[in-house]
Design a protein around this ligand. Structure first.
Ligand SMILES: *Cc1c(COP(=O)(O)O)cnc(C)c1O
Length: 398
């Protein structure tokens, strides 16, 4: 019996293609400068947009809640795992997002799977096969997973192409449910989805809308309330999905929307029903995160001034930063091998920027993706820029 022997071949194949990625390990807290595989580097690859992951108030909230409520919940939410602190978090989130209600999942990936599947299921046998879900071609993997879990017809429109979206909506008329789903900020390019146009088309053609705001949270809108707030679309957008794992510095996914949406998902979203609730410390840290965001508004301002400085300098040096409009700034190199060398040499110089190659982006669109945060000092940014320039010249990229 060969058993698991196939694993060796699979791993060898990945290594041959240069796609094998060993885990790198942090030897310090997540921060603008940190220790990666034993080496001190300026970190350009975290989602710690507002520098909250190691914030004293977050840690204090977590410790205090742990003292009071314990280390874990030992139950799923619908049985006996919903503590008052979970409910407080959901109230706080709904207020923060200016929506009627919210529901928290253990992670963003669980929220996407749960919401999409639940809203595209029907108790009428066979009806769900008539539903349609329409997705931007560059949507995140967790959205794709959610879509795959449903039986709805899947349609994809070209990135941000509203003419194509309208065409697909026209073709889909007559379907009992039509869902449009998009990232708010696209994670590989840092550009923003045209939510007002999507909302208008959805209304015209009887569809409902969902945004995955994992990279818009803490970044866009007043004090970082997200992409829906950025466009002032509260009341005109149906489902605001986000994560507490990135800018909010802890862990979790959530949806914000109507009370009916929350009530329905509690009955039907499988990744809500069948997994253990967050430890109370996590819920407390997330509540603290929203308080900090509203008290320390300088963080949001610093995130943007740092991003602008960094992006402008990269462009002045002659790097291709694509269509980025947010703190996610790709340095697009194209060639996969050169991108790997660029990333490696940068690391040797003390700067960590993740290389991103096929299948995360198209072949020939390889890049190093940078994300600066509110936690970076100007000195750290200038250090990173100097090294990027040096290595870019050595490799003939600029
Ligand atoms: C990171 C990410 C998620 C997953 O969020 P987690 O809370 O880390 O599970 C979902 N969608 C997008 C666009 C993301 O970037």
């Amino acid at each position: 019996m060969p058993g698991l022997d196939f694993l060796q071949k699979e791993l060898d194949d990945l290594k041959k293609q240069g796609l094998y990625q060993p885990l790198r390990t942090l030897g310090s807290a997540q921060a603008a400068s940190c220790v990666v595989n034993g080496k001190k580097v300026v970190n350009l690859s975290s989602n710690n947009y507002l520098g909250l992951a190691n914030h004293p108030k977050m840690k204090k909230a977590m410790i205090e809640a742990t003292e009071k409520w314990g280390a874990g919940t030992a139950s799923v939410r619908p049985i006996i795992g919903t503590m008052e602190i979970h409910t407080q978090l959901e109230k706080k989130l709904a207020e923060f997002k200016h929506m009627e209600a919210s529901l928290v999942f253990v992670a963003g990936i669980a929220a996407n799977r749960g919401v999409i599947q639940a809203l595209l299921s029907s108790k009428v046998k066979g009806e769900d096969e008539k539903f349609v879900v329409i997705s931007d071609e560059l949507n995140h993997a967790s959205i794709i997973d959610g879509v795959r879990l449903s039986k709805a017809q899947r349609k994809v429109y070209k990135h941000k192409d509203m003419n194509e979206l309208e065409k697909v909506l026209k073709e889909s008329q007559g379907a009992p449910r039509i869902m449009i789903i998009t990232d708010g900020v696209f994670s590989m390019d840092g550009d923003i989805a045209p939510l007002p146009d999507i909302a208008r088309l959805a209304k015209q053609y009887g569809a409902f809308t969902m945004v995955d705001d994992a990279h818009g949270e803490g970044v866009l809108g007043k004090n970082g309330r997200g992409t829906v707030d950025h466009f002032g679309l509260q009341g005109k957008w149906d489902i605001d999905m986000g994560t507490l794992s990135k800018a909010m510095g802890s862990l979790g996914g959530y949806i914000a929307g109507s009370q009916n949406l929350r009530d329905y998902l509690i009955q039907s979203a499988r990744p809500f029903l069948f997994t253990t609730a967050h430890p109370p410390g996590v819920a407390a840290a997330c509540i603290a995160a929203m308080e900090i965001v509203e008290e320390e508004t300088w963080r949001h301002e610093k995130l943007w001034s740092n991003s602008k400085l960094f992006k402008t300098e990269l462009q002045k040096m002659g790097f291709n930063t694509g269509r980025s409009e947010t703190p996610i700034t790709p340095i697009i190199i194209g060639d996969e091998v050169k991108t790997e060398q660029f990333s490696q040499k940068l690391f040797d110089e003390g700067v960590f920027g993740l290389r991103i190659v096929f299948p995360m982006v198209a072949k020939g669109a390889a890049r190093v993706r940078t994300i600066v945060t509110a936690g970076h000092t100007e000195e750290e940014l200038r250090f990173a820029l100097d090294k990027i320039k040096k290595v870019g010249k050595e490799l003939g990229i600029i």
